[in-house]
Design a protein around this ligand. Structure first.
Ligand SMILES: [Zn+2]
Ligand SMILES: [Zn+2]
Ligand SMILES: [Zn+2]
Length: 479
């Protein structure tokens, strides 16, 4: 028996089977592609090169698929380092492959917890991302979000489990998301620190300077103001100095100054601008943003609290119970659309209409935009309404006035196209798809929108709710 132990933890082609688990070993400087690794039970990540390990870890934890973002990941060859991402988003550190046996319990625990998670589609970007974060916390049995000082973060702090989903320069979006979660009563905040951000781009890399109130130049010299009691003269200390010795002489009465507090004092400081020659007592303080170069008076900087957040009861149960979300709010607001409830009612009448006349028909179209939340993450949620309205315009331009459109949620649009053959409806839909992709690509830096569509003839037999549910489920799983 004992002789076999030696070879027990040897990897073959980076794969090791042990105790019914398959491990994949990612060596430093190997391929950055992780897409083929979802089938392994756990990952052993070589951290010899911290930057490489960080990139791989970020790829896993920022993935939108649960098979990746919840994957048990252990570091090997890890040097001590202060990278918050590498400290908080891994499941442990092993010193050698022999310690793989010690990871089995943790892996089992994570798999058990993962099996309890609720899964559903999300109404908003916040819910989608937050559910993901809560899933991670639930499977790792943590309840607290701690901010870590982080020089890579654009605000100087990061919250690894959330921040990993954003680029480091977008860190301010993490704060917005946390504020949302606080309002939704998922988190409870405890004050930790405060940061000041550029009011233009929300970056925290600011350079603070004392500047001249007249010309904004930072090129100024400060010196003490001296008050000579016997004659009452007040002036800059340089007026009292000479080139020969350190004795101070009053320029008005020529007497030597003797003891501070007795015959003179220094009531304040005087500033002299070397650029415009202005002399003044109070300078301004401005902060120049290293990112967008905006120079802001400090009183107008954005001040944000950095809190330690704890999950509330609602937050703790949301991983297994789901985040209860109200109906997608924008569906009532976008011109030319009906909400889901109205849509279902109209489709019910549509079924009645076509039942009674064999010459009539109706087509149901589902347009699923798989990566819409990635786009919002890039362009900001404030653009959501505007963009959806544009999407609806495109759909509207390519159907007839009697057809109707419903926004189920930001990633799903349903359309009813009446009285044209299925092939014609399919043609209309493929035109819509390319127009949607074109719009986004042209306006957002070549972003490729993943659009999946399904066009079917409305069934006369099955209830519309069932048809819709089935169609969406099929398209989401296929996508
Ligand atoms: Zn004097
Ligand atoms: Zn000046
Ligand atoms: Zn800025």
């Amino acid at each position: 028996m004992e002789t076999l132990v030696k070879n027990k933890f040897e990897f073959h082609d980076n794969v090791l089977n042990f105790s019914n688990k398959t491990f994949y070993y990612i060596e430093s400087f190997s391929s950055l592609k992780i897409e083929t690794l979802s089938k392994y039970d756990a990952i052993i990540l070589d951290a010899r090169d911290i930057e490489f390990a960080r990139i791989i870890l970020k790829k896993f934890r920022s993935h939108s698929n649960i098979e990746f973002y919840l994957k048990p990941i252990f570091l090997i060859n890890s040097k001590t380092n202060e990278d918050p991402l590498l400290k908080e988003l891994i499941d442990g550190i092993i010193i050698s492959f022999d310690q793989i046996s010690e990871t089995i319990n943790d892996i089992n625990q994570i798999h058990l917890k993962t099996a309890q998670l609720e899964s559903s589609t999300s109404n908003s970007f916040e819910i989608q991302l937050f559910k993901k974060v809560l899933n991670f916390m639930f499977t790792r049995e943590t309840n607290t979000f701690t901010p870590h000082p982080d020089i890579l973060s654009s605000i100087g702090y990061c919250y690894p489990t959330i921040s990993v989903n954003f680029e480091t320069f977008e860190e301010a979006k993490v704060l917005e998301l946390l504020e949302w979660a606080e309002k939704e009563n998922l988190f409870w905040p405890d004050f930790f620190d405060r940061v000041y951000l550029c009011s233009n781009c929300k970056n925290g890399h600011l350079s603070y300077r004392e500047i001249c109130p007249n010309c904004d130049s930072a090129n100024m010299r400060s010196e003490d103001l001296v008050h000579h009691f016997p004659c009452g003269y007040i002036g800059a200390i340089s007026d009292f100095k000479n080139n020969v010795d350190t004795v101070l002489n009053c320029p008005k009465c020529t007497k030597n100054l003797r003891h501070i507090g007795v015959d003179y004092d220094k009531p304040s400081i005087i500033n002299h601008c070397q650029n415009c020659n202005e002399v003044f007592q109070d300078y301004l303080v401005k902060a120049k943003c290293a990112h967008c170069k905006t120079d802001t008076d400090v009183q107008f900087l954005l001040s944000k609290n950095i809190n330690v957040y704890k999950l509330t009861k609602k937050g703790r149960t949301a991983a297994v119970g789901g985040i209860s979300a109200s109906d997608f709010a924008l569906s009532n607001e976008i011109f030319g659309t009906v909400n889901l409830k109205t849509f279902a009612t109209m489709m019910h009448y549509e079924q009645e209409r076509i039942k009674n006349n064999a010459l009539l028909n109706a087509n149901v179209v589902i347009i699923y935009i798989e990566n819409i939340f990635d786009l919002y993450r890039k362009i900001g949620k404030s653009k959501e309404r505007e963009l959806l309205a544009e999407f609806v315009n495109i759909v509207r331009d390519n159907i007839t006035p009697a057809d109707f459109i419903c926004i189920n949620n930001p990633s799903v649009l349903s359309v009813c196209i009446n009285d044209v053959p299925l092939v014609n409806a399919e043609l209309m839909v493929s035109k819509i798809t390319s127009k949607l992709q074109e719009l986004v690509s042209n306006n957002f830096d070549g972003f490729v929108l993943n659009v999946f569509t399904q066009t079917v003839i409305l069934s006369k037999e099955q209830s519309f709710d069932k048809q819709l549910h089935h169609l969406i489920k099929e398209i989401v799983e296929k996508g």
